[in-house]
Design a binder for this molecule. Structure first.
Ligand code: PGA
Length: 259
C-alpha cells in the first residue's frame, strides 16, 4: 500500500478531481464511453466540488457517454427523501453538472439502487445486470469507513459478496447519525442496498480517498496487513492491481512530498 499523501483535505480533493477529470476526458475521447463508480459520504464532497469547477472550464465536452453507478442506497428510503443518496447525489453533483453541461442527462445516465423497491432480490439482480450491460466500471471512487467498510460492506463481508441488502453496523449508524442526522440514530435507516466487495473489485481502476484522524486506525490496520480479511473489507483492495490510495496528513499521520 503506497498512498499519495496530501497536507490538507482540499489538496487531496483538488488533485483527485484533476485525475478523475483526466480519465473522463480520455475515455470519452477514445471510446465515447466512461463508466464511473461513485460514492457518497463526507469524503468525496470536495472531489465533486472540484470536478464541477473543472467541468465548467470545458463546456464543449460531450458528456452523453458518461454513465454513473453509485455504490449504495439506504433501505428502506424513497429516492425523494432528503437524506436518500439519490437526493444527495442530485444536490451535490448530478444536478449542478447537468446545469453546467446539458449533454449530461442525470435521469438517463445515473444509477443508484432503489431504496424503495418492493422486491429486493430483483432490484439487486437488476443493478448488477445494469453494470454488466455497460461492460464494467472503468473507475470506482471509494471512501472508507472507520471499521473498514467500502460501500456498505460492513466487517464480515468478503470478496464473494455482490449487490445485496446489508445490515448497517452499529458504529456506522452512530457515525452517520452524527454526520447527517443531527446525532439522532433513530432517523438512520438500519439497512442498505450495497454493491458487494466482489462487485467493487471488478472495477478496472479504483481510487480510495481517506481524510481525517478518524481514519488513521483503519489505515494503520491496512498498512500492517498482507492478507485480506473480511474483518476489514477494504483489505480486499490490497489484491486489486489498479487501486490508488489518496490520503491526507491527518488520516495518515505523516506528510510526504507529493510525487
Ligand atoms: P465518510 O464515509 O466519507 O463520511 O467518512 C466513508 C464511508 O463510510 O465509506
Amino acid at each position: 500500500m503506497h498512498p499519495q499523501i496530501f497536507p490538507t483535505y482540499q489538496d487531496l480533493s483538488s488533485h483527485v478531481a484533476q485525475k478523475v477529470f483526466f480519465r473522463i476526458e480520455q475515455h470519452l475521447r477514445d471510446k465515447n464511453h466512461m463508466v464511473l463508480g461513485l460514492a457518497t459520504g463526507k469524503t468525496p464532497i470536495g472531489l465533486y466540488a472540484h470536478l464541477l469547477a473543472l467541468f465548467e472550464t470545458r463546456p464543449d465536452l460531450n458528456l452523453s457517454g458518461l454513465v454513473a453507478f453509485n455504490l449504495d442506497e439506504y433501505y428502506p428510503i424513497p429516492p425523494t427523501a432528503p437524506h436518500s443518496y439519490h437526493s444527495e447525489m442530485q444536490r451535490m453533483f448530478f444536478g449542478p453538472l447537468q446545469e453546467i453541461n446539458p449533454s449530461f442527462r442525470a435521469e438517463q445516465q445515473t444509477h443508484i439502487p432503489h431504496g424503495d423497491t418492493p422486491d429486493i432480490k430483483k432490484e439487486c439482480r437488476r443493478y448488477e445486470e445494469a453494470i454488466h450491460r455497460h461492460g464494467s466500471i472503468d473507475l470506482q471512487i471509494l471512501g472508507i469507513g472507520t471499521n473498514g467498510h467500502i460501500g456498505f460492506n460492513e466487517p464480515g463481508s468478503d470478496d464473494t459478496t455482490r449487490t445485496r441488502l446489508v445490515d448497517l453496523a452499529p458504529e456506522t449508524i452512530q457515525i452517520n447519525a452524527d454526520k447527517f442526522f443531527h446525532g439522532d440514530t433513530n432517523q438512520v435507516p438500519r439497512q442498505a442496498i450495497s454493491m458487494g466487495v466482489g462487485t467493487i473489485l471488478e472495477a478496472t481502476e479504483i481510487f480510495l480517498l481517506a481524510s481525517g484522524s478518524s481514519k488513521r486506525a483503519i489505515l494503520q490496520d491496512l498498512r500492517e496487513r498482507n492478507e485480506p480479511t473480511p474483518h476489514n473489507p477494504a483489505s480486499y483492495l490490497l489484491r486489486h492491481p489498479h487501486v490508488r490510495w489518496f490520503v491526507d496528513d491527518e488520516a495518515w499521520g505523516e506528510y510526504k512530498e507529493r510525487k
